[in-house]
Design a binder for this molecule. Structure first.
Ligand code: BGC
Length: 579
């Protein structure tokens, strides 16, 4: 295991091995003045433990735990005690768990020298190393996940993430682009020919095995020997049923081709032994399943295409097939797309207004089909290719203004239960577990375009007593409406990709590569199946799905997936945190 490589901050690792008993890898994932975040992987090397485990250590320099996850943390003096969460009381021989926490420190932050699991000391006669560096450094001891399994709890911890050379080249060719060209982004398999390469004007000439070969090189070049490769499975029959900009090549009934010419081919390549050391994150089918809740009859937002996909069952069939096939590969981590708060952030007991609970239920309906058992779903991803911020710093949905709750009186809020992706992802995770997903699932959030910095970013809460004015002056999300999704004007890059930024959030990721268009502003003939969606036309006054607001799209955009320099520049300009 190894520490996350973080430029310019302290990265520390302590590894303690015992012949029998337990092994602990304590990783400081990031550290700043006064604070730090750490993950503590403990592997049981002794007899299987059932009925609960306890991990203990002492801090040597007065550090304190502020909040923890994947375990119940308590501290008394220097002694930290982590007890198993209720959902994870057993620890088989060879099994590991990774509780993590955010803590505070002053003066210095040395790593603890001794750990105990159920009273047994994990240090031993084998090997104890402590490494502290103050540069862009990665430290390493043992690789914990060779040969394609077992899966680790959070694949992003202690690993680098694949930098796609094609995207990187395009980014670097832009003025100022070298500032972000070394960031990891998703590889989109948005058509059958993208698997072999050469067939795709958007994904370029590298096929899946070319990317994996390159990823394997990037992995082998790392001191910690761990790399996440992120790719997007995006080719369902009748794709993008509520929009036209990303309609795909497969017709609504071509589920057979989806399985045999697309998923089976991907699975064959990904499962090759030469890629077994990679941690392969597959993002499953953006913007698909929630359509079957929100954009079907009798709702006013229904489209005939979504009604068709609900009736023929091919979204559910396809998603479960992808999960089953890819999830059977030991080093693949499936994350299902779970929309974003501006789409399904409404929970209601009245089914007419409920998107939240119904979506979680719908997701759970894939379980048990086509081999998609719950152990094949590692987590979910929100906000892919969308613009919803992580948090709104200046207002909450529970605010009252002029004596009225903003939730029901401000048009922007419109009864939504959330105002950002962190709150939404956390709550949706809980609901997904209730509906039958594994209690250990983690969330990813795409932060590639949700920064909302730049000149128009508010710097304080509004003092208005009018609910609409109050929200409009306070919100950092500058869209006309939350349903707007195409090339949003004013948007900026969000948080840079980062492992384990918050409890239950496995990573912030850039799945939609900045600079790739969401859709063309006018009709452009093409052979990719892409339609023209007026939500990408800046002169369009909207439809039922965005409450008849202006689209907010940038002008002169190319087809979805194609390079859009003006958008790339705008995202850099409005980045938050700034570049
Ligand atoms: C497009 C895909 C593209 C992806 C990433 C989608 O909107 O439809 O063709 O690969 O974005 O840019």
């Amino acid at each position: 295991m190894a520490a996350l490589s973080v430029a310019g901050v302290v990265a520390s690792t302590a590894t303690a091995n015992a012949a029998a008993g337990c092994r602990v890898s304590y990783q400081i994932a990031n550290q700043w003045q006064g604070g730090f975040g750490a993950n503590v992987t403990v592997t049981n090397l002794g007899d299987a433990i059932s009925g609960g485990w306890t991990l203990e250590w002492d801090f040597a320099a007065g550090q304190t735990v502020q909040s923890g996850w994947n375990g119940e943390f308590s501290q008394s003096g220097t002694r930290v005690t982590v007890r198993n969460p209720s959902w994870s009381a057993n620890l088989g021989t060879g099994a590991s768990v990774t509780p993590g926490f955010n803590g505070s420190w002053t003066g210095s932050n040395p790593v603890p020298v001794q750990f105990r699991l159920n009273g047994t000391v994990c240090t031993g006669n084998v090997d104890t190393t402590t490494t502290t560096t103050t540069t862009t450094t990665t430290t390493t001891t043992t690789g914990d996940n060779p040969g394609g399994g077992p899966r680790v709890d959070n694949p992003y911890v202690g690993a680098g993430v694949y930098v796609n050379p094609q995207w990187s080249r395009q980014a670097a060719a832009e003025p100022g682009g070298s500032r972000i060209a070394n960031q990891p982004t998703g590889v989109w398999l948005d058509r059958i020919s993208a698997i072999t390469g050469n067939g795709s004007p958007t994904t370029g000439s590298m096929g899946l095995s070319d990317h994996l070969d390159e990823a394997e090189k990037q992995r082998a070049a790392r001191a910690d020997g761990q790399l996440v490769f992120q790719f997007v499975v995006y080719n369902l029959p009748g794709r993008d049923c509520a929009a036209l900009a990303s309609n795909g090549e497969l017709k609504a009934d071509e589920i057979g081709r989806y399985k045999s010419e697309y998923i089976d081919k991907i699975a064959e390549i990904v499962s090759r032994p030469e890629y077994s050391k990679l941690r392969i994150v597959s993002v499953i089918e953006i913007d698909s399943l929630p359509n079957l809740v929100t954009n079907v009859s009798p709702r006013v937002t229904a489209t005939p295409q979504c009604d068709t996909m609900k009736a023929n069952g091919n979204y559910i069939d396809g998603v479960s097939y992808a999960l089953g096939k890819l999830g059977a590969i030991g080093n693949v981590y499936n994350y299902i797309d779970a929309a974003h708060h501006g789409w399904i952030g409404w929970g209601d007991t009245n089914p007419q207004y409920d998107n939240f609970f119904a979506s979680a239920k719908l997701f759970a309906s894939v379980l048990g089909r086509n081999g998609a058992t719950k152990d094949k779903v590692h987590g979910f991803i929100t906000n892919t290719a969308n613009y919803s911020p992580l948090e709104e710093p200046y207002w909450t949905v529970d605010d009252h203004v002029g004596g009225r709750p903003v939730k029901e009186s401000a048009k922007w809020v419109d009864w939504n239960d959330f105002n950002g992706e962190l709150g939404f992802a956390t709550a949706f995770r809980t609901e997904l577990v209730k509906q039958g997903f594994d209690s250990g699932i983690g969330m990813l959030i795409d932060t590639s375009r949700n920064g909302w910095g730049g000149q128009n970013r508010p710097t304080a809460k509004s003092t208005s007593t009018n609910p609409d004015t109050y929200i409009d002056e306070s919100r950092i999300d500058r869209r006309f409406q939350k349903g707007n999704w195409c090339n949003q004007s004013g948007a900026g890059l969000g948080e840079r990709p980062k492992a384990a930024p918050k409890p239950n959030i496995d990573a912030y990721v850039w799945i939609k590569p900045p600079g790739e268009s969401d859709g063309s502003s006018t009709y452009i003939p093409n052979d990719e199946g892409k339609g023209f969606d007026r939500m990408c036309d800046p002169t369009y006054g909207g439809n039922a799905r965005n409450g008849y607001n202006m689209s907010g799209a940038l002008p002169d955009a190319p087809l979805s997936g194609h390079w859009f320099s003006a958008q790339f520049q705008e995202l850099m300009r409005n980045a938050y945190p700034a570049l």
